[in-house]
Ligand binder design. Structure first.
Ligand SMILES: [Fe+2]
Length: 244
């Protein structure tokens, strides 16, 4: 059974192939906090991107059979300086291949901690966590994931992509799963709570669930994937058989 969140153009999986699933998604906008402890004050935002454009923040469709990468998101010149520098570094390191996970982690560590530069991508969805595309190339993609209280990802791996993310606002509850020895089952192995500023990295076959378990606070996370995430395996906690 396919997780219905996979049909949502902004959730894990990102393969809206039908007319219905390609319908524009009406995001909900919420104020971007002026600062997030322990981060520093937000940086200024260039006037060229002060107006969010929800239609451009939807992850483009990807052909599952060929893992075709559909570039999308914003051009470098449209982005605030810290994000532009980040992507210039990634573009320079790409050299036609995928980027090492350690590089993604370091780039997120070195990124300016301001939150206002992320305002154009700071959009939520009442139905599920929202994946807002910032930039996608043949080598990597960057998304701002916005989670309302109680929203969570499916249990998943990254099926061929490395993933690093930084907690921007709120607290991540991450549950790590492992395959039971000699069994197809997956079991929760550990759980951790990640405050703002935390950097995490997952290899392609690491299995986890990310959630906003805060009762009254939003969660925002900045993700880098390389190569771009074109598909995932989904799991049930008592059965490691992929469900899509
Ligand atoms: Fe993940």
């Amino acid at each position: 059974m396919t997780d219905p969140r996979l049909l949502h153009p902004t959730t894990h999986g990102t393969q809206p192939s039908t007319a219905a699933s390609a319908m524009p998604v009406a995001p909900s906008t919420r104020p971007v906090p002026s600062s997030v402890a322990p981060m520093s004050a937000p940086s200024s935002m260039p006037s060229s991107i002060v107006v969010p454009d929800p239609s451009r923040a939807v992850v483009p469709s990807t052909a599952r059979s060929t893992r075709e990468i559909v570039p999308g998101g914003y051009e470098l010149r449209e982005l605030p300086a810290p994000l532009r520098r980040l992507f210039e570094h990634l573009d320079a390191a790409a050299d036609g291949g995928e980027l090492p996970l350690d590089l993604l982690r370091v780039e997120l560590e070195q990124l300016d901690s301001g939150t206002q530069m992320l305002a154009p991508f700071w959009m939520f969805d009442a139905g599920t966590y929202r994946r807002n595309l910032i930039r996608r190339t043949a080598t990597y993609e960057a998304l701002l994931l916005c989670w309302l209280p109680g929203q969570r990802s499916p249990i998943h791996d990254h099926r061929g992509s490395g993933c690093a993310f930084r907690v921007i606002d709120g607290v991540v509850t991450e549950t790590i799963y492992e395959r039971a020895k000699g069994s197809e089952l997956v079991c929760a192995a550990s759980m951790r709570w990640l405050p703002p500023g935390t950097i995490c990295a997952s290899r392609e076959f690491d299995i986890h669930e990310v959630a906003n378990m805060q009762p009254q606070a939003d969660l925002v996370t900045l993700h880098l994937y390389s190569p771009p995430l074109s598909d995932v395996n989904l799991y049930r906690s008592a059965d490691s058989t992929p469900v899509s």
